[in-house]
Design a protein around this ligand. Structure first.
Ligand code: BGC
Length: 396
């Protein structure tokens, strides 16, 4: 049982060395206690009111390294502050399950560790940039080598609180991209895989949000009901797990919270979408979820949505040029249906490569409004990170 954890970031102050020529500052590291007993999360309440989204070690390290590479002193100082922002850690391969232990060891009792469950067979069926390691017919491997191992690690840490985002984009793809052969191939593995994840991860110290795309996706009038029904169907197939709290929106997305009129409200097809901002989308989608019989509270990614008016089209998703870090994680959303604004996508990690010769090159990453050059999805892009810092709102 883990009771206390030393965390370098909480240095209590400098203590002079006992003797010698010049006193060498020695950092006294304060211990931040993880919980002394098992954590129980009540998924009928907003757990973000009680727990702070943890600024995990993985992103902290990425940011600290990025800061070292910045020479401009004022940008450097601003960028350094990003290390303290809570964000979700993506467990995007079986090998990256190894990222969990160090992140857990660093999570104090007052924080909740945010993890993204993201390794479905045939992942990213309507795009290429995030195609995963598992083929659409490798469901049994997903269950035994990924989900079961994920569960084992969480069970080994009953004293830590976890918030999970379940498989971004997967069920939304089944709703709107069902005609693509890749999504047809993946359908049963997605539904069965997500249900298995929900059932297996239904642990007392876990709260789960199933991904529901964003307002420019399932927010179209014709998609709201089928979208909610798809999520609810899989939730019920999992046995209506108690620890499911609702849904996540705008993960790795760019939409504004309550901009009115919405960013794309002048588009010719705007009349078919009554969810022109995420606040409206959450309100309408949650109503549909309620009638479909699924818990309906939301978390929304505000990590990179500070600047609007950048995308040529609503569906442009790859490394949008000119973006800035958005509102910091908070449970003060002013909206009873929205539990928290979170940082879902770790800003600075790429959405996809701009190298058109790469296997996972997706043409969206070559569009005029996409930042170039950009490395493979999930890989650090220093220049992009610096741009996010410069354009942050609120400023750092
Ligand atoms: C990538 C993942 C990565 C995640 C977070 C996704 O688009 O496919 O590999 O972990 O973004 O950056």
């Amino acid at each position: 049982m883990k009771v206390t954890t030393a965390v370098a970031a909480l240095a209590a102050g400098a203590v002079a060395a006992p003797s010698g020529d010049a006193p060498t500052p020695v950092k006294k590291v304060a211990a931040r206690a993880s919980c002394a007993s098992a954590v129980t999360l009540d998924a009928s309440t907003n757990v973000f009111k009680k727990y702070k989204l943890h600024a995990n070690t993985y992103y902290r390290d990425e940011v600290n390294k990025a800061v070292e590479a910045i020479s401009d002193s004022s940008l450097k100082a601003s960028a350094a502050k990003v290390a303290d922002v809570g964000s979700f850690l993506w467990i995007d391969t079986i090998a990256n399950l190894a990222k969990m232990e160090p992140a857990i060891a660093d999570t104090p009792c007052e924080d909740i560790l945010g993890l993204v469950v993201y390794d479905l067979p045939g992942r990213d069926c309507a795009a290429k940039a995030s195609n995963g390691e598992l083929k659409y017919n490798e469901l049994s491997k997903y269950k035994s080598s990924y989900i079961d191992a994920f569960v084992k690690t969480i069970k080994a840490h009953p004293n830590t609180a976890f918030a999970l985002i379940i498989e971004p984009d997967s069920l939304p793809n089944l709703v709107t991209n069902a005609d693509l052969q890749t999504c047809k191939d993946s359908k049963s593995a997605y539904e069965d895989g997500v249900a298995y994840a929900l059932k297996s991860l239904n642990l007392p110290n876990v709260v789960m949000y199933i991904d529901a795309g964003h307002g420019g996706w399932l927010g179209w009038d014709a998609n709201l009901k089928p979208g909610a029904q798809e999520l609810a169907k899989v939730y019920k197939a999992a046995g209506s797990p108690k620890q499911v709290r609702g849904f996540s929106t705008n993960i790795a997305g760019w939409n504004a919270w309550d901009l009115s009129p919405g960013e794309f409200s002048k588009a010719s097809d705007a009349k078919y979408n009554s969810c022109q901002n995420e606040k409206t989308y959450i309100s309408k989608f949650s109503a549909e979820l309620k009638s479909a019989g699924m818990p309906n509270y939301a978390i929304m990614d505000t990590g990179r949505n500070a600047v609007t008016g950048l995308r040529k089209e609503w569906g442009d998703w790859c490394n949008v040029n000119g973006a800035g870090f958005g509102v910091r994680p908070t449970a003060d959303t002013g909206d009873s249906q929205t539990d928290a604004f979170v940082w879902g996508k770790p800003g600075g990690e790429s959405d996809g490569t701009s190298d058109s010769s790469a296997t996972r090159y997706d043409s969206f990453c070559g569009k005029d409004d996409a930042y170039k050059p950009a490395p493979e999805a999930g890989t650090w892009n220093q220049a992009y990170f610096e741009m996010l810092v410069k354009n942050a709102k609120p400023a750092f």
